[in-house]
Design a protein around this ligand. Structure first.
Ligand code: CP
Ligand code: NVA
Length: 302
């Protein structure tokens, strides 16, 4: 079985630090590895994407390979044929698989049966590439912060779970501001709390969550596959909107982050998203550099 990235906790703290170092070298051009020269990567999508699709396709190309965009409508993972059979077949053609889908367990199964690295490009449970690349963006903007204070405001979704997974490995003061009905995964929360170097708080008080934060993070209130919950989530999560008034409670030098796509006017106002604290487009760019580092790390440690 090759090394895969199903969630951030598949990596140790030292491995995450190494991936951050590699991403920095790739971004500056100091390092330009081509481990996929003449090879291919399968990029499977069961949900829409702009950033993940384009950054992986471009990244695979820059590593010397070709990326094959495949929709799950064609593959029918676990429906048209078994996940184990798909894994076996793809492993005969390609050197890496990236998949975005609904059920997290499908990615775990694919990684179990494939003989090439499998990378989770988002599931209902987690979005590990996003938060690893976001961590790189925080280091880039605030290299001296030893234990960043991160306030995550909004839905306790795959992004909140991924921040908890990062806190399970890297020292963070992570405060999640969310409602009682939109909590992150208990299991993932407990793993994060087990890391004595991090301090974790889940609160329904957005002002408590944001107080003194170095990083203010938000995401859509209704994720892909749950857009029918948009209106109800908007009612529940209204007070967690990242707007100028709430932001006044954060560190005056804070960074505002959003994985995008944003629903402007819901979880974040235009004023904040386009304001001086916002680094959302640096985040989007760094998906490319960070994921190249993840791919090279997996391909060379497999
Ligand atoms: N942030 C992110 O993963 O964006 P896409 O859904 O456009 O890939
Ligand atoms: N929580 C969002 C993240 C999008 C990148 C979703 O799953 O739709």
């Amino acid at each position: 079985m090759a090394r895969s990235l199903t969630e951030i906790t598949d990596f140790s703290a030292d491995e995450i630090k190494e991936i951050m170092r590699m991403a920095g070298e790739m971004k500056t051009g100091q390092s330009a590895p081509r481990p996929l020269d003449g090879k291919a990567a399968a990029l499977i999508f069961a949900k829409p994407s702009l950033r993940t699709r384009v950054s992986f396709e471009v990244g695979v190309g820059q590593l010397g390979g070709s990326g094959l965009y495949i929709t799950d409508d064609e593959v029918g993972l676990g429906k048209r044929e078994s996940i184990a059979d798909v894994a076996e077949v793809l492993s005969r053609y390609v050197d890496l698989i990236m998949i975005r889908t609904f059920e997290h367990d499908h990615v775990v199964q694919l990684a179990k049966y494939a003989s090439v690295p499998v990378i989770n490009g988002l599931t209902d449970l987690v979005h590990p590439c996003q938060v690893l690349c976001d961590y790189f963006t925080i280091i880039e903007h605030r290299p001296k912060l030893e234990r960043p204070k991160v306030a995550y405001l909004g839905d306790g979704n795959n992004m909140a779970n991924s921040w908890l997974n990062l806190a399970a490995r890297i020292p963070l003061e992570l405060r999640i501001g969310t409602a009682s009905t939109t909590q992150p995964s208990d299991q993932i929360l407990n793993k994060a709390k087990a890391n004595g170097d991090s301090e974790i708080l889940v609160t329904d008080d957005p002002k408590e969550a944001i107080l003194g934060a170095d990083v203010v993070y938000t995401d859509v209130w209704a994720s892909m596959g749950q857009k029918n919950e948009s209106e109800i989530k908007s009612e529940i999560l209204e007070k967690y909107q990242v707007n100028s008034s709430l932001l006044a409670g954060a560190n005056p030098d804070c960074l505002v982050m959003h994985c995008l796509p944003a629903e402007r006017g819901r979880e974040i106002t235009d004023e904040v998203m386009d304001g001086p604290h916002s680094i959302v487009f640096d985040q989007a760019e760094n998906r490319l550099h960070g994921q190249k580092a993840i791919m090279v790390f997996l391909l060379t440690s497999s």
